[in-house]
Design a protein around this ligand. Structure first.
Ligand code: MSP
Length: 534
């Protein structure tokens, strides 16, 4: 395989071009999570993916804004607060802070943390409601239907599975009441055209197809209120104080209120958004939200990026099924970067993945402790043993060394292409092929033999240099995924923060590790996890 690599003289530009970078600003959002339960691994996954994307774009010099937060109104939150014996706002404060703390523990670099109880958010929701109402797209009417309290949504018979909610597996209750409705049906044709004209708008394609299939049926108008007699915990409708806003018309607007819409600078600079969600909330994001934006006369979001579920043996990991794994339990035992790496490597974005501690441990031991950890430890170990911990100057490269440079460039170019295209697993697998190659390069060059021959000193310098410089590239590419470990790698290479504040394409130029630099010994970056069988 290696012999097929074309020989190219001199450095080549990296293929960094892609659709996202063309804009030079990047606004990325996660769903705002319900505060009726503690954060679990599913929430952590979306937030880590968002964080990795945000960090990646920042590294490319793209001005980035990354928003996450909590969704705090609705029946479910009231129910949970009652159970906890707390006033609802106090309860929301507590759980929202827990989410925030979890994200801090996971090294999440959000720029703005929004809560739907923020007065600024409430103001935006009321302004938008007034405007859409005045424009005639919100009307008063009566609706009766099957209501799932878990989803806070009405279901049609055909959407149920054996008469039960597909998500919560509970039987919906028949409810009939007077409410306000958003004229969503009016925008069905527009939405259909928009999706057809913009093939990558909802991605991966399977979710676009799901939305298109849904739009084959006539769209109903959306009930956007709840009478206060039934639910008080919400944003009061500005045109009828007997009602509060139904959660989606409240929650979705966080993506704008967090930018100080309508007059704030962040809004002017950063809209439209890249939204990141799991498939559970595809319909509100792919149908309610763009039609709401159309009614407001706003440009649609840039992309809806949809991922699958983490499954447990018992089904989708969810609080209602009671099979959740807490992020803190995992990071405390296995390490933050280890969990972040696992998320991005193990799940193919868009598809479901199975979660197990065994799979996590297997990845840590094989990819991190063994492949990467050993490469780093061996390379540094030899540099200390044979060169007193000083970066040697390379001599004329042999074919084997040229190949390392070509593979580094290829791995970097592939990574820079796949990562922003949400192909994280593929991007990392490619990088690990390079890591595997470097481990074989060590064996092929047998530095321990070279060290025995004084006439091979120049050759040994060259081999060590190629290993250390390759590790610098690997650290640079891993920054969005494992920020703390990448920094530690850089410190061990004697670089610390040097080169760190430059855009990635500048960092990724062969030869920027300067000979003469002092390497630093450090503890093993990714200790092996001993399993019970051992
Ligand atoms: N509050 C709404 C979203 C409003 S956005 C305007 C909500 N909250 S939630 O707490 O239920 O979070 C749902 C999101 O959590 C999913 O879309 C996904 O991002 C994440 N996940 C929850 N369970 C998950 C899995 N089992 N697997 C993967 N992601 C999961 O819906």
């Amino acid at each position: 395989m290696v012999s097929k690599i074309p020989r190219v003289a001199g450095p080549r530009p990296l293929a960094t071009g892609n659709w996202q970078l063309a804009t030079m600003t990047y606004y990325l959002t996660t769903p705002i999570y319900y505060v009726n339960a503690e954060p679990h691994l599913g929430h952590a996954y979306t937030t880590v993916v968002a964080d990795a994307l945000a960090r990646f774009h920042r590294l490319l010099g793209v001005e980035t804004r990354f928003q996450t937060g909590t969704d705090e109104h609705g029946d479910k939150v009231v129910e949970a607060a009652v159970k906890a014996g707390l006033p609802v706002k106090d309860f929301a404060d507590r759980v929202s802070a827990r989410f925030r703390q979890s994200w801090d523990e996971l090294d999440i670099s959000y720029d703005h943390y929004i809560r739907t109880t923020d007065p600024a958010h409430v103001r935006v929701v009321q302004e938008v409601l007034s405007r859409v109402h005045e424009a005639g797209d919100i009307y008063f009417g009566e609706y009766g239907g099957l209501y799932c309290f878990g989803c806070e949504a009405f279901y049609l018979e055909r959407d149920l599975i054996d008469g039960r909610c597909p998500d919560h597996k509970t039987t919906p209750t028949y409810l009939k009441e007077e409410n306000y409705f958003f004229r969503m049906s009016k925008y069905q044709g527009w939405l259909l055209d928009y999706i057809n004209d913009n093939p990558g708008w909802i991605r991966p394609e399977r979710y676009r197809n799901e939305v298109l299939a849904f739009l084959r049926e006539p769209l109903e108008d959306l009930c956007i209120s709840r009478p206060k007699s039934r639910l008080e915990w919400g944003i009061t409708l500005p045109f009828d104080a007997r009602y509060v806003t139904y959660v989606w018309f409240d929650a979705l607007l966080n993506y704008l209120s967090g930018l100080d819409y309508p007059s704030g600078e962040p809004y002017k600079k950063f809209w439209p958004a890249q939204h990141l969600i799991a498939k559970d909330i595809l319909k509100p994001h792919a149908i309610y939200w763009p039609t709401m934006l159309a009614a407001m006369g706003l440009e649609p979001f840039a992309h809806l990026n949809v991922h699958g579920y983490w499954q447990m043996d018992s089904g989708k990991m969810s609080k209602s099924l009671g099979n959740v794994v807490e992020p803190r339990a995992l990071t405390a035992q296995y390490g933050v970067d280890q969990v972040r790496y696992f998320f991005l490597r193990e799940m193919v974005f868009g598809l479901d993945a199975h979660f197990s501690v065994e799979a996590l441990v297997a990845r840590i031991n094989a990819d991190l402790a063994n492949d990467l950890g050993n490469l780093l430890a061996r390379s540094l170990g030899m540099a200390f043993k044979y060169r007193q911990g000083v970066v040697p100057a390379p001599n004329v490269p042999s074919d084997l060394d040229q190949e390392v440079i070509l593979l580094a460039e290829r791995a970097a170019a592939d990574f820079l292409q796949h990562f922003p295209a949400l192909e994280f697993s593929r991007a990392l697998a490619g990088l690990w092929e390079f890591i595997g190659h470097l481990n074989r390069y060590i064996v092929a060059n047998a530095p321990w033999e070279l060290a025995k021959q004084p006439e091979a000193a120049a050759r040994l310098d060259t081999v060590l240099y190629h290993l250390l410089e390759s590790l610098r590239w690997i650290a640079a590419l891993l920054r969005p995924v494992m920020p703390a470990s990448a920094l530690k790698m850089s410190e061990q290479l004697g670089l610390g923060l040097a080169l760190w504040d430059q855009p990635l394409p500048q960092v990724l130029q062969w030869g920027r590790l300067l000979p003469g630099g002092a390497l630093r010994k450090g503890p093993a970056l990714f200790p092996r996890i001993e399993t019970e069988e051992k």
